[in-house]
Design a protein around this ligand. Sequence first.
Ligand SMILES: Cc1ncc(COP(=O)(O)O)c(C=O)c1O
Length: 398
Amino acid sequence: MEMSAPPVAALMPVAVRPPFVLVRGEGAYVIDDAGRRYLDWVQGWAVNCLGHSPAPVVQAIAAQAATLINPSPAFYNAPALELAGLLTENSGFDQVFFASSGAEANEGAIKLARKWGQLHKDGAHEIVTFVDAFHGRTLATMSASGKPGWDVLFRPQVDGFPKARLNDIDSVKACLGPKTVAIMLEPVQGEAGVIPATPEFLRALRDLCDAQGLLLIVDEVQTGCGRTGTLFAHTQAGIAPDIMTLGKGLGGGVPLAALLAKGAVSCFSPGDQGGTYCGNPLVCAAGSAVLKTLLGDGFLAQVRRAGERFAAGLAAISLAEGLGEVRQAGLLLALELGRASAAEVVELAREDGLLINAPRPHCLRLMPPLNSSDAEIDAGLALLQASIRRAHAAAGLA
Ligand SMILES: Cc1ncc(COP(=O)(O)O)c(C=O)c1O
């Protein structure tokens, strides 16, 4: 029977999408409505940390769906309590607020810092953020972001986010004033193309915050939950932030994010923060299943090993094809192409059965599942190299 064309015009065109419909996911692979399989290194934008429909998450959701889906945040529920316990026991933070997206968690972090500023810093409310940062798509998180062009979209911006440059402590100091309450950054700028804050810079920020009585906020929406080879990326620099946000991998594919704070900073009162879906048992059950998997014996060590194998493979491709830098933090990777060919490579790779992402015109970002096998990594790298060769040959660059 012939299928009628899906009514794509009924969706707002907020993304440029390829002309197929995805119907099924299996681990590292996703399958479209024509039955084509793609090795997926986008994974819902680094959301499916255990791949598509992983058994622990499927089982947790199925069991919880049959038990209790959403009693409202006005009541305690067991999965939220369990997940909050797991998160606080395995981090340096004392309290958690659950949200449904990274932007919502970051919005909460901004509100928490502003409330703390009202209580303890004479109403200080400015939060220093960074050029090229990405914190989400609400008005406040867009204003906190430093994505080129976003300063004029949807004007007026939310006030109070002076921008410094990553890894330039003097540029941070230049942004400080009597209204400053916090500094907020991604330990690795993901959307900017996997640009790491150096450990020295992160430690200098911690020292600066301590000296000036400011809060340090890390946005680990992309880097958290094992993506960079440790449960949270900031621990690699040996720093203890005051506030952290998580999202993406935390739910293993379902909408779950979290705002975590040290006890001394956790100053929300009833009514300050909330949301109909916040901390519902369905998603929290998924979150606990993910976290227990990440904390399982040897899981994170394997992420680190896989990341090194992946990076070595990318470096070999870069050398063979005359490309640029490879950047890697665990299984968050980027390859500089040395020319603005990323969109063509993404398209050709898709034709060949590999899904990848181009955060910048000259840069590819790879976000494979954290449980990728060596065979999957090697197969994907071979597809990637072939696509790059084809794209550059077509442009006369080979
Ligand atoms: C570092 C960072 N923060 C926040 C967000 C926003 O998360 P969400 O899209 O779930 O709102 C993202 C998404 O890419 C991100 O990478």
